[in-house]
Design a binder for this molecule. Structure first.
Ligand code: NAD
Length: 363
Protein backbone atom coordinates (compact mmCIF):
# COMPACT_ATOMS: atom_id res chain seq x y z
CA UNK A 1 0.00 0.00 0.00
CA UNK A 2 1.26 3.47 -0.88
CA UNK A 3 2.08 5.93 1.90
CA UNK A 4 1.95 9.70 1.60
CA UNK A 5 3.52 11.85 4.29
CA UNK A 6 1.49 15.00 4.97
CA UNK A 7 2.16 17.75 7.51
CA UNK A 8 -1.06 18.64 9.29
CA UNK A 9 -1.17 22.06 10.93
CA UNK A 10 -3.64 21.89 13.80
CA UNK A 11 -5.67 25.00 14.47
CA UNK A 12 -8.26 26.55 16.77
CA UNK A 13 -12.04 26.39 17.25
CA UNK A 14 -13.50 23.69 15.01
CA UNK A 15 -9.96 22.76 13.84
CA UNK A 16 -9.74 19.57 15.95
CA UNK A 17 -13.15 18.39 14.70
CA UNK A 18 -12.12 19.00 11.10
CA UNK A 19 -8.87 17.17 11.70
CA UNK A 20 -10.74 14.18 13.14
CA UNK A 21 -13.08 14.22 10.11
CA UNK A 22 -10.21 14.22 7.60
CA UNK A 23 -8.51 11.35 9.46
CA UNK A 24 -11.77 9.41 9.51
CA UNK A 25 -12.13 9.88 5.76
CA UNK A 26 -8.45 9.17 5.05
CA UNK A 27 -8.71 5.82 6.86
CA UNK A 28 -11.15 4.63 4.19
CA UNK A 29 -8.86 5.49 1.24
CA UNK A 30 -6.86 2.93 -0.73
CA UNK A 31 -3.54 4.36 0.52
CA UNK A 32 -2.16 5.54 3.84
CA UNK A 33 -1.56 9.10 4.89
CA UNK A 34 1.30 9.46 7.35
CA UNK A 35 0.17 12.53 9.25
CA UNK A 36 2.88 14.62 10.82
CA UNK A 37 0.89 16.80 13.15
CA UNK A 38 2.08 20.22 14.33
CA UNK A 39 -0.11 22.26 16.64
CA UNK A 40 -0.18 25.93 15.68
CA UNK A 41 -3.23 26.87 17.76
CA UNK A 42 -3.11 30.14 19.71
CA UNK A 43 -1.96 28.34 22.87
CA UNK A 44 0.79 26.46 21.09
CA UNK A 45 1.94 29.66 19.37
CA UNK A 46 2.07 31.50 22.67
CA UNK A 47 4.23 28.77 24.15
CA UNK A 48 6.28 27.91 21.07
CA UNK A 49 6.90 31.36 19.58
CA UNK A 50 9.15 31.65 16.56
CA UNK A 51 10.59 28.17 17.09
CA UNK A 52 7.20 26.62 16.49
CA UNK A 53 7.00 28.31 13.08
CA UNK A 54 10.61 27.21 12.40
CA UNK A 55 9.57 23.62 13.08
CA UNK A 56 6.43 23.88 10.94
CA UNK A 57 8.30 25.46 8.05
CA UNK A 58 11.07 22.83 8.19
CA UNK A 59 8.55 19.99 8.26
CA UNK A 60 6.63 21.39 5.28
CA UNK A 61 9.84 22.01 3.33
CA UNK A 62 10.91 18.40 4.04
CA UNK A 63 7.58 16.75 3.27
CA UNK A 64 6.42 19.08 0.48
CA UNK A 65 2.71 19.19 1.37
CA UNK A 66 0.64 20.47 4.27
CA UNK A 67 -3.01 20.53 5.19
CA UNK A 68 -3.73 23.56 7.35
CA UNK A 69 -6.73 23.86 9.65
CA UNK A 70 -8.21 27.27 10.48
CA UNK A 71 -6.32 29.30 13.07
CA UNK A 72 -7.43 32.32 15.08
CA UNK A 73 -5.66 35.53 14.21
CA UNK A 74 -4.50 37.03 17.47
CA UNK A 75 -1.19 38.86 17.21
CA UNK A 76 -0.34 37.61 13.78
CA UNK A 77 -2.07 35.72 11.00
CA UNK A 78 -0.44 32.27 10.79
CA UNK A 79 -1.50 32.13 7.13
CA UNK A 80 0.45 35.28 6.38
CA UNK A 81 3.48 34.15 8.39
CA UNK A 82 3.54 30.75 6.66
CA UNK A 83 3.02 32.26 3.22
CA UNK A 84 5.98 34.52 3.79
CA UNK A 85 8.25 31.97 5.47
CA UNK A 86 7.53 29.30 2.85
CA UNK A 87 7.69 31.80 0.03
CA UNK A 88 4.29 30.72 -1.25
CA UNK A 89 3.93 32.86 -4.33
CA UNK A 90 0.74 31.60 -5.92
CA UNK A 91 -2.75 30.95 -4.55
CA UNK A 92 -5.12 28.81 -6.58
CA UNK A 93 -8.74 29.22 -5.52
CA UNK A 94 -11.36 27.24 -7.46
CA UNK A 95 -14.79 28.88 -7.12
CA UNK A 96 -17.79 26.96 -8.38
CA UNK A 97 -21.51 26.95 -7.93
CA UNK A 98 -22.21 24.58 -5.06
CA UNK A 99 -25.40 22.65 -5.50
CA UNK A 100 -27.77 23.11 -2.59
CA UNK A 101 -26.23 26.37 -1.34
CA UNK A 102 -28.77 29.20 -1.66
CA UNK A 103 -27.52 32.12 -3.73
CA UNK A 104 -28.91 35.40 -5.08
CA UNK A 105 -27.06 34.78 -8.33
CA UNK A 106 -28.73 32.42 -10.75
CA UNK A 107 -26.05 31.61 -13.34
CA UNK A 108 -23.45 28.90 -12.76
CA UNK A 109 -19.96 30.00 -11.79
CA UNK A 110 -16.99 27.81 -12.56
CA UNK A 111 -13.85 29.81 -12.14
CA UNK A 112 -10.25 29.22 -11.14
CA UNK A 113 -8.71 32.31 -9.60
CA UNK A 114 -4.92 32.18 -9.81
CA UNK A 115 -3.54 34.97 -7.62
CA UNK A 116 -0.01 36.19 -7.09
CA UNK A 117 0.24 35.86 -3.34
CA UNK A 118 2.93 38.44 -2.70
CA UNK A 119 3.56 42.10 -3.39
CA UNK A 120 1.18 44.69 -4.67
CA UNK A 121 0.35 47.13 -1.90
CA UNK A 122 -0.02 44.35 0.67
CA UNK A 123 3.68 44.08 1.49
CA UNK A 124 3.95 47.72 2.52
CA UNK A 125 1.99 49.11 5.47
CA UNK A 126 2.38 52.63 4.07
CA UNK A 127 3.32 55.78 5.88
CA UNK A 128 1.84 59.12 6.76
CA UNK A 129 3.08 62.23 5.02
CA UNK A 130 2.44 64.89 7.61
CA UNK A 131 -1.06 64.53 9.00
CA UNK A 132 -3.17 64.94 5.87
CA UNK A 133 -1.89 62.26 3.52
CA UNK A 134 -0.47 58.76 3.41
CA UNK A 135 1.45 56.81 0.83
CA UNK A 136 2.27 53.18 0.22
CA UNK A 137 4.58 51.44 -2.15
CA UNK A 138 3.20 49.01 -4.73
CA UNK A 139 5.70 46.28 -5.53
CA UNK A 140 5.40 44.09 -8.62
CA UNK A 141 8.16 41.54 -9.22
CA UNK A 142 8.60 39.57 -12.39
CA UNK A 143 9.37 36.24 -10.72
CA UNK A 144 6.07 35.66 -8.88
CA UNK A 145 4.20 36.93 -11.95
CA UNK A 146 6.04 34.36 -14.07
CA UNK A 147 5.33 31.55 -11.57
CA UNK A 148 1.65 32.41 -11.37
CA UNK A 149 1.39 32.64 -15.16
CA UNK A 150 3.11 29.26 -15.53
CA UNK A 151 0.73 27.76 -12.99
CA UNK A 152 -2.31 29.23 -14.76
CA UNK A 153 -1.21 28.13 -18.24
CA UNK A 154 -0.26 24.63 -17.05
CA UNK A 155 -3.71 24.30 -15.44
CA UNK A 156 -5.28 25.59 -18.65
CA UNK A 157 -3.33 23.13 -20.78
CA UNK A 158 -4.32 20.18 -18.56
CA UNK A 159 -7.95 21.17 -18.28
CA UNK A 160 -8.38 22.54 -21.79
CA UNK A 161 -9.56 25.91 -20.52
CA UNK A 162 -8.75 29.53 -21.32
CA UNK A 163 -6.71 32.05 -19.33
CA UNK A 164 -7.80 35.64 -18.81
CA UNK A 165 -5.20 37.92 -17.27
CA UNK A 166 -6.65 41.01 -15.72
CA UNK A 167 -5.29 44.27 -14.32
CA UNK A 168 -5.48 48.02 -14.88
CA UNK A 169 -2.54 48.11 -17.26
CA UNK A 170 -3.88 51.15 -19.11
CA UNK A 171 -3.70 53.25 -15.94
CA UNK A 172 -1.04 51.50 -13.82
CA UNK A 173 1.10 51.34 -16.93
CA UNK A 174 4.43 50.50 -15.27
CA UNK A 175 3.35 48.04 -12.57
CA UNK A 176 0.35 46.30 -14.14
CA UNK A 177 2.03 46.74 -17.51
CA UNK A 178 5.00 44.71 -16.22
CA UNK A 179 2.62 41.96 -15.03
CA UNK A 180 0.82 41.77 -18.40
CA UNK A 181 4.13 41.73 -20.30
CA UNK A 182 5.37 38.76 -18.23
CA UNK A 183 2.06 36.93 -18.81
CA UNK A 184 2.33 37.54 -22.56
CA UNK A 185 5.85 36.09 -22.58
CA UNK A 186 4.68 32.93 -20.76
CA UNK A 187 1.62 32.65 -23.03
CA UNK A 188 3.91 32.29 -26.07
CA UNK A 189 4.90 28.83 -24.81
CA UNK A 190 1.25 27.74 -24.71
CA UNK A 191 -0.06 28.35 -28.24
CA UNK A 192 -2.91 25.87 -27.65
CA UNK A 193 -4.28 27.92 -24.72
CA UNK A 194 -6.53 30.89 -25.46
CA UNK A 195 -5.26 33.95 -23.62
CA UNK A 196 -7.31 37.13 -23.24
CA UNK A 197 -6.55 40.35 -21.41
CA UNK A 198 -9.35 42.23 -19.64
CA UNK A 199 -9.27 45.45 -17.65
CA UNK A 200 -10.15 44.52 -14.08
CA UNK A 201 -13.20 46.77 -13.74
CA UNK A 202 -14.63 45.43 -17.00
CA UNK A 203 -13.85 41.88 -15.89
CA UNK A 204 -15.97 42.28 -12.75
CA UNK A 205 -18.95 43.50 -14.78
CA UNK A 206 -18.54 40.80 -17.43
CA UNK A 207 -18.18 38.11 -14.82
CA UNK A 208 -21.51 39.04 -13.32
CA UNK A 209 -23.16 39.35 -16.72
CA UNK A 210 -21.67 36.26 -18.35
CA UNK A 211 -19.70 34.12 -15.90
CA UNK A 212 -19.46 31.25 -18.36
CA UNK A 213 -17.08 33.35 -20.53
CA UNK A 214 -14.34 33.07 -17.90
CA UNK A 215 -12.41 30.02 -16.83
CA UNK A 216 -8.96 30.62 -15.37
CA UNK A 217 -8.41 34.20 -14.25
CA UNK A 218 -4.85 35.29 -13.49
CA UNK A 219 -4.42 38.38 -11.32
CA UNK A 220 -2.10 40.34 -9.05
CA UNK A 221 -2.41 40.15 -5.26
CA UNK A 222 -5.06 42.79 -4.45
CA UNK A 223 -7.20 42.07 -7.49
CA UNK A 224 -7.11 38.37 -6.60
CA UNK A 225 -8.20 39.12 -3.07
CA UNK A 226 -11.22 41.15 -4.26
CA UNK A 227 -12.08 38.80 -7.09
CA UNK A 228 -12.04 35.62 -4.97
CA UNK A 229 -14.43 37.12 -2.45
CA UNK A 230 -16.73 38.52 -5.12
CA UNK A 231 -16.84 35.16 -6.87
CA UNK A 232 -17.58 33.46 -3.55
CA UNK A 233 -20.41 35.94 -3.01
CA UNK A 234 -21.85 34.95 -6.38
CA UNK A 235 -21.94 31.29 -5.37
CA UNK A 236 -23.46 32.18 -2.01
CA UNK A 237 -20.62 31.18 0.26
CA UNK A 238 -17.35 32.62 1.47
CA UNK A 239 -16.76 29.55 3.57
CA UNK A 240 -17.26 26.44 1.45
CA UNK A 241 -14.15 26.65 -0.60
CA UNK A 242 -10.52 25.67 -0.45
CA UNK A 243 -7.21 26.95 -1.75
CA UNK A 244 -3.85 25.61 -2.75
CA UNK A 245 -0.90 27.85 -1.85
CA UNK A 246 2.27 27.03 -3.78
CA UNK A 247 5.98 27.73 -3.52
CA UNK A 248 8.38 26.95 -6.36
CA UNK A 249 11.92 25.69 -6.83
CA UNK A 250 14.70 27.04 -9.05
CA UNK A 251 13.50 24.95 -11.96
CA UNK A 252 10.00 26.43 -11.61
CA UNK A 253 8.56 23.16 -10.31
CA UNK A 254 6.25 23.16 -7.27
CA UNK A 255 8.43 22.87 -4.16
CA UNK A 256 5.71 23.02 -1.50
CA UNK A 257 1.92 23.10 -1.44
CA UNK A 258 -0.14 24.19 1.55
CA UNK A 259 -3.86 23.48 1.31
CA UNK A 260 -6.55 25.03 3.48
CA UNK A 261 -10.25 25.77 3.84
CA UNK A 262 -11.35 29.36 3.35
CA UNK A 263 -13.49 29.66 6.45
CA UNK A 264 -12.26 30.52 9.92
CA UNK A 265 -12.30 28.75 13.25
CA UNK A 266 -16.08 29.10 13.81
CA UNK A 267 -15.71 29.59 17.59
CA UNK A 268 -19.50 29.84 17.95
CA UNK A 269 -19.99 26.16 17.10
CA UNK A 270 -16.65 24.69 18.23
CA UNK A 271 -16.90 21.43 20.13
CA UNK A 272 -20.55 20.85 19.22
CA UNK A 273 -19.95 18.19 16.59
CA UNK A 274 -21.69 20.13 13.83
CA UNK A 275 -18.80 21.69 11.91
CA UNK A 276 -19.15 21.31 8.16
CA UNK A 277 -16.06 19.49 6.84
CA UNK A 278 -16.84 20.23 3.16
CA UNK A 279 -14.15 22.88 2.72
CA UNK A 280 -11.43 20.88 4.44
CA UNK A 281 -12.40 17.85 2.29
CA UNK A 282 -12.04 20.04 -0.82
CA UNK A 283 -8.64 21.20 0.47
CA UNK A 284 -7.65 17.57 1.10
CA UNK A 285 -8.82 16.70 -2.42
CA UNK A 286 -6.63 19.47 -3.87
CA UNK A 287 -3.71 18.07 -1.86
CA UNK A 288 -4.28 14.54 -3.17
CA UNK A 289 -4.68 15.86 -6.71
CA UNK A 290 -1.35 17.64 -6.31
CA UNK A 291 0.21 14.36 -5.12
CA UNK A 292 -1.10 12.61 -8.24
CA UNK A 293 -4.02 10.74 -6.59
CA UNK A 294 -6.38 12.22 -9.16
CA UNK A 295 -9.00 9.47 -9.02
CA UNK A 296 -9.39 9.54 -5.24
CA UNK A 297 -9.24 13.33 -5.15
CA UNK A 298 -11.98 13.50 -7.71
CA UNK A 299 -14.06 10.94 -5.79
CA UNK A 300 -13.79 12.96 -2.57
CA UNK A 301 -14.74 16.19 -4.24
CA UNK A 302 -17.63 14.75 -6.21
CA UNK A 303 -19.00 12.71 -3.30
CA UNK A 304 -18.98 15.69 -0.96
CA UNK A 305 -20.70 17.99 -3.42
CA UNK A 306 -23.16 15.32 -4.53
CA UNK A 307 -24.35 15.00 -0.92
CA UNK A 308 -24.81 18.76 -0.61
CA UNK A 309 -26.82 18.71 -3.81
CA UNK A 310 -29.07 16.07 -2.28
CA UNK A 311 -29.52 18.10 0.91
CA UNK A 312 -27.54 15.58 2.96
CA UNK A 313 -25.41 17.96 4.96
CA UNK A 314 -24.56 19.66 8.24
CA UNK A 315 -26.92 22.23 9.84
CA UNK A 316 -25.06 25.35 8.57
CA UNK A 317 -26.26 24.52 5.04
CA UNK A 318 -29.68 23.28 6.00
CA UNK A 319 -28.99 19.62 6.76
CA UNK A 320 -29.37 17.52 9.88
CA UNK A 321 -26.12 15.56 10.08
CA UNK A 322 -23.29 16.04 12.53
CA UNK A 323 -19.66 16.20 11.37
CA UNK A 324 -19.07 12.50 11.98
CA UNK A 325 -22.25 11.33 10.23
CA UNK A 326 -21.62 13.56 7.23
CA UNK A 327 -18.02 12.32 7.04
CA UNK A 328 -19.23 8.72 7.04
CA UNK A 329 -21.65 9.49 4.21
CA UNK A 330 -18.81 11.02 2.19
CA UNK A 331 -16.51 8.08 2.93
CA UNK A 332 -19.20 5.58 1.86
CA UNK A 333 -19.69 7.32 -1.48
CA UNK A 334 -15.96 7.65 -2.06
CA UNK A 335 -15.51 3.91 -1.49
CA UNK A 336 -18.40 3.16 -3.83
CA UNK A 337 -17.02 5.36 -6.57
CA UNK A 338 -13.54 3.93 -6.27
CA UNK A 339 -14.74 0.37 -6.84
CA UNK A 340 -17.20 1.29 -9.58
CA UNK A 341 -15.52 0.90 -12.98
CA UNK A 342 -18.29 2.78 -14.78
CA UNK A 343 -17.81 5.79 -12.52
CA UNK A 344 -14.11 5.66 -13.27
CA UNK A 345 -14.46 5.70 -16.99
CA UNK A 346 -17.23 8.29 -17.12
CA UNK A 347 -16.31 10.64 -14.37
CA UNK A 348 -12.57 10.56 -14.40
CA UNK A 349 -12.57 11.52 -18.04
CA UNK A 350 -14.73 14.47 -17.14
CA UNK A 351 -12.92 15.44 -13.99
CA UNK A 352 -9.47 13.94 -13.82
CA UNK A 353 -7.45 16.87 -14.96
CA UNK A 354 -9.75 19.52 -13.76
CA UNK A 355 -10.30 18.92 -10.14
CA UNK A 356 -10.12 22.63 -9.60
CA UNK A 357 -12.54 23.25 -12.37
CA UNK A 358 -15.08 20.52 -12.89
CA UNK A 359 -18.69 21.29 -13.57
CA UNK A 360 -20.63 20.57 -10.44
CA UNK A 361 -23.93 18.86 -10.53
CA UNK A 362 -23.17 17.12 -13.80
CA UNK A 363 -21.06 14.22 -12.55
P1 NAD B 1 -15.62 32.06 10.56
O1 NAD B 1 -15.47 31.58 9.17
O2 NAD B 1 -14.88 31.31 11.60
O3 NAD B 1 -17.17 32.04 10.97
C1 NAD B 1 -18.20 32.76 10.28
C2 NAD B 1 -19.53 32.00 10.43
O4 NAD B 1 -19.49 30.84 9.61
C3 NAD B 1 -19.80 31.51 11.85
O5 NAD B 1 -21.17 31.59 12.10
C4 NAD B 1 -19.38 30.05 11.82
O6 NAD B 1 -20.07 29.23 12.73
C5 NAD B 1 -19.68 29.66 10.39
N1 NAD B 1 -18.75 28.63 9.90
C6 NAD B 1 -17.48 28.81 9.46
N2 NAD B 1 -16.94 27.64 9.11
C7 NAD B 1 -17.87 26.71 9.32
C8 NAD B 1 -17.90 25.30 9.16
N3 NAD B 1 -16.86 24.61 8.67
N4 NAD B 1 -19.02 24.64 9.51
C9 NAD B 1 -20.10 25.29 9.97
N5 NAD B 1 -20.14 26.62 10.14
C10 NAD B 1 -19.04 27.31 9.84
O7 NAD B 1 -15.22 33.59 10.56
P2 NAD B 1 -14.96 34.60 11.76
O8 NAD B 1 -15.96 34.36 12.85
O9 NAD B 1 -14.86 35.93 11.14
O10 NAD B 1 -13.51 34.22 12.30
C11 NAD B 1 -13.27 33.43 13.46
C12 NAD B 1 -11.76 33.27 13.62
O11 NAD B 1 -11.24 32.58 12.50
C13 NAD B 1 -10.99 34.58 13.71
O12 NAD B 1 -9.99 34.47 14.71
C14 NAD B 1 -10.33 34.71 12.36
O13 NAD B 1 -9.12 35.41 12.45
C15 NAD B 1 -10.09 33.26 12.00
N6 NAD B 1 -9.96 32.99 10.56
C16 NAD B 1 -9.04 32.08 10.19
C17 NAD B 1 -8.91 31.73 8.86
C18 NAD B 1 -7.86 30.72 8.48
O14 NAD B 1 -7.17 30.22 9.32
N7 NAD B 1 -7.74 30.39 7.20
C19 NAD B 1 -9.76 32.28 7.90
C20 NAD B 1 -10.74 33.19 8.32
C21 NAD B 1 -10.84 33.54 9.66
Amino acid sequence: MKHYPVVELQGDGIGPELSAAVHRLAERLPFRIDWQSIDISVEAREKGGKELYDRAVKAIEDVGVALKHPTATVKESPNQVLRKRLNLQVIHRPVQTIPGIPTNFKADVDLDVVRIATGGTYDDPGQLIGTEAAVSLRIIEKEPCRQAALFAFELARKTKRSVTSSSKHTIQKVTDGLFESVVKEVAKDYPEVTHRVELFDALLAKLVLKPQSFQIVLVLNEYGDFLSDMACGLIGSLGIGASGNYGFDKNKGIRVGMFDASHGTAPDIAGQGKANPTAIFLAFALLLYHRGEVRTASAIKNSTLELLREGISTPDVGGKLGTVEFTDEVAKRVEKKLIDPSWTSKTIRLHADKLGADKLGKA
